[in-house]
Write a protein that binds this ligand. Structure first.
Ligand code: HDE
Length: 753
């Protein structure tokens, strides 16, 4: 084989691949031909697939390796081939009748290559199109055994998972940091089949009944005539809908809060939203709500930051997740449940558990931890895994069942349905990322994109021709048996229960639970979004909605819009705040936080190197910013530059440290005059000033030594301000790291951004 391969390689590399070049400039005589493109390296096999990314065995009729081996078969051998496995000797030129002649239809390689390319795209998800994902493992504590018989929730059981995070409204190529709800969908490959927990980072939804889903999404998506704005709720149709359809008020308030602009997927909570029904080995049922709690805490961007990032780095969240996992800083979440007795009315403390616009405050029902999720592996191929993964609320395992939440019922229909058009047929469970890790023996046959070669003559039941196989399982053999709950009898109606008409009490509860800075952000968000609307009636109607939530909120937004403050149309709800809803006031681990170290490239480089090490030791990411790229200094501690004044922007850092030349003052950060090759007498580089001013405005910790004081003063930042550390050397600025535990310097707000 090697000899044949070498011979072919020789023919390609060394032999005359194209006929002798015709003469130039002679009419009727062909001109010279371009030489074949040389390979840059010697032939080697493809990269091995990452471990454990394949599904169970499928059967090949010819005995070729399948299942776990399939990835290798899809891409093996050192030589380029057609899809039929025929080796290709040229993929750069079409087959032509002479170098300037017409292209020949017999060129199968050209035809196949273009045909495949023409069909590379599939429809993007109708919602949640923009997302990114990672593999991981869920380790159960075993604490849920009293309430569920789900095997993957037994003590110390480890289950492989795949988690996809997403925005909702934007297209596949839209920016990550737009104001929106985020999806948090988890596929557990359990031994009893796949369990999908298809949740969001916001615990409530805009609508109570799935029949309204097309309405809310049509309102939020770009206007159908001009297809703008992309990935935004700041437009007339969205606000038109949510001001008319007031059950959306609670979710909208969450979107306008800091929860609508997360700092990172790693720093988001997740919620199952609906109430689910767990059943234990004795058949006893419990109603529950699922929660994911991030180990790094729940943190957000500020709005101006989110807007800047959408231009500077639209892949900010995707990059953050990928980089953290590549660096070994594996993000973790604890899965927990709130539990409620499975009463006939399915109410808890006056809260309707079947109404997905309501939460149950954690102070009334604490979240009880069940296990730990760790994301530890990035996908190998974005399309095959992140695009082709198909979640479904109906993918349940024994011990976990649905409730009669009408929103959940609609979802249980919709997720299966959507895959038919998105993934092109009914066989999407056979795609590697969707394959269950449990044995499959269904009687589904044929269909588009069938990849299995099923055996047997009797894909029906009952049968005697295949020996009766496969057999039904009882509960003792791990069958999924729907919990036989009583269904309330009644007339067929298109109605909702009376409790569903409470649209404001929990919006008010959320508002009252916010700290002053979080309230300021909510007011600013409403003022921004409504300020982007053109229709006066839409703005006025939204103010009428806000009047029923809180007078101060309504008055402040009205002031920003220059509109009168309406009176509430109903009494304000008498509710108690839930302190657990606020993101401010606690401290969190520092892992993976990004600290920019800005140097003029010539100053205290030993100090920069020393600080870099200290940041790394603390589990954070130091990024050195200098006037130009390359390596600074030399000797024992050269410093590699990661960002230049041209590529750095404050928004990618959680804190900035300015390491100037001792006593050089503000001028230390000037740009170099490339022509002269030496620091020119500077006025301070405006890009450095922008770094500093933005970081200050966004409540980020700042520090500096050796002239930083003068630089800070040049932009009106005092060394005595909260969150500013000025010292004599790199050792002295280290306390800046501790400031990150609170995420931001909250004392700098309200700031007007
Ligand atoms: Fe979804 N939703 N949804 N949704 N949803 C989809 O399924 C739908 C709802 C959520 O990363 C679609 O495969 C209906 C609530 C996530 O692949 C679609 C209703 C919650 C994702 C669909 C809802 C979600 C989706 C589009 C109202 C939070 C991304 C593509 C009854 C609990 C999953 C797809 C991924 C995706 C329908 C409401 C979460 C069309 C009809 C509530 C995280 O089937």
């Amino acid at each position: 084989v090697r000899a044949v391969a070498d011979a072919i390689a020789g023919a390609v590399h060394d032999g005359p691949a194209v006929a002798e070049g015709p003469e130039e400039g002679v009419p009727g005589k062909p001109g010279p031909v371009s030489p074949p493109v040389a390979e840059p390296t010697k032939p080697v096999g493809p990269l091995p697939p990452k471990a454990d990314q394949s599904g169970p065995e499928t059967v090949s009729p010819t005995g070729q390796p399948t299942g776990a081996e399939q990835a290798r078969v899809a891409q093996s051998g050192a030589y380029l081939t057609t899809a039929q496995g025929t080796r290709v000797h040229d993929s750069d030129h079409s087959l032509k009748a002479g170098p300037r002649g017409p292209v020949l239809l017999q060129d199968h390689h050209l035809r196949e290559k273009l045909m495949h390319f023409d069909h590379e795209r599939i429809p993007e998800r109708v919602v949640h199109a923009r997302g990114s994902a990672a593999h991981g493992v869920f380790r159960s504590y075993g604490t849920a055994q009293g309430v569920t018989k789900a095997a993957f929730l037994g003590p110390d059981v480890e289950t492989p998972v795949f988690v996809r995070f997403s925005t909702v409204l934007g297209s596949r190529g839209s920016a990550d940091t737009v104001r929106d709800t985020r999806g948090f969908a988890t596929k557990f490959y359990t031994e009893e089949g796949v369990f999908d927990l298809v949740g969001n980072n916001i615990p409530v939804f805009f609508i109570q009944d799935a029949i309204k889903f097309p309405d809310v999404i049509h309102a939020g998506k770009p206007h159908p005539d001009r297809e703008i704005p992309q990935a935004q709720s700041a437009h007339d149709t969205f606000w038109d809908f949510v001001s008319l359809h007031t059950e959306a008020t609670h979710h909208t308030l969450w979107n306008m809060s800091d929860r609508g602009i997360p700092r990172s997927y790693r720093m988001m909570e997740g919620f199952g939203v609906h109430t689910f029904r767990l059943v234990n080995a004795e058949g006893v049922t419990t109603l529950v709500k699922f929660h994911w709690k991030p180990k790094l805490g729940v943190h957000s961007l500020v709005w101006e930051e989110a807007q800047i990032i959408a231009g500077v780095d639209p892949d900010f969240h995707r990059r953050d997740l990928f980089d953290a996992i590549e660096a070994g800083a594996f993000p973790q979440w604890e899965l927990g449940i709130q539990t409620f007795p499975d009463t006939d009315d399915q109410m808890f403390e006056g809260i309707d558990l079947l109404d997905s616009t309501k939460i149950v405050p954690e102070e009334l029902a604490p979240v009880q931890p069940l296990g730990l999720l760790t994301l530890n592996k990035n996908p190998s191929n974005f399309f095959a895994e992140v695009e082709q993964v198909a979640f479904h609320t109906g993918h349940l395992v024994p011990g976990i069942d649905a409730t009669d939440d009408p929103l959940l019922a609609g979802r249980n229909f919709s997720y299966l349905d959507t895959q038919i058009s998105r993934l092109g047929g009914p066989n999407f469970p056979q795609l590697p990322i969707n394959r269950t890790h449990a044995p499959v023996n269904d009687m589904q046959r044929d269909g588009m994109h069938q990849t299995a070669v099923h055996r047997g003559a009797a894909p029906y039941k009952p049968n005697s021709l295949d020996g009766g196989c496969p057999f039904f399982a009882g509960a003792d053999a791990g069958a999924f048996i729907e919990v036989p709950v009583e269904v309330p009898a009644g007339r067929k109606v298109r109605e909702a229960p009376a409790s569903y008409s409470d649209h404001y009490s929990q919006a008010r509860l959320f508002w009252l639970s916010m700290s002053p800075v979080e309230r300021e952000h909510i007011i600013a968000a409403y003022t921004f979004e409504l300020g982007k609307c053109y229709e006066q009636a839409v703005k006025e109607r939204t103010l009428a909605v806000l009047a029923n939530v809180d007078g101060e909120l309504c008055a402040q937004v009205a002031a920003g819009l220059g509109l009168p403050v309406p009176d509430p149309s109903e009494p304000l709800a008498d509710v108690s705040p839930s302190p657990a809803l606020s993101q401010v006031g606690r401290t969190w681990p520092l892992d993976g936080r990004v600290i920019g170290i800005v140097t003029d490239g010539a100053g205290d480089l030993a100090g920069v190197a020393d600080l870099r090490e200290a940041v790394l030791d603390a589990g954070m990411v130091p990024l050195v910013v200098a006037p130009t790229g390359g390596v600074l200094g030399g000797g024992d501690s050269p410093v590699t530059v990661q960002r230049t004044f041209a590529t750095a922007r404050s928004v990618e850092f959680d804190a900035l440290v300015f390491a100037g030349s001792p006593a050089a003052g503000a001028d230390a950060y000037g740009a170099r005059d490339a022509k002269a090759g030496h620091p020119r007498p500077v006025t301070t580089d405006p890009r450095v000033l922008a770094l500093l001013i933005e970081a200050y405005r966004h409540g980020k910790a700042l520090a500096g030594w050796g002239g930083a004081r003068a630089l800070f003063e040049a932009v009106g930042v005092s060394a005595d301000d909260s969150g500013v550390v000025v010292a004599d050397d790199s050792q002295g600025v280290r306390p800046v790291m501790e400031l990150l535990a609170a995420h931001r310097v909250w004392e700098r707000f309200p700031s007007g951004v």
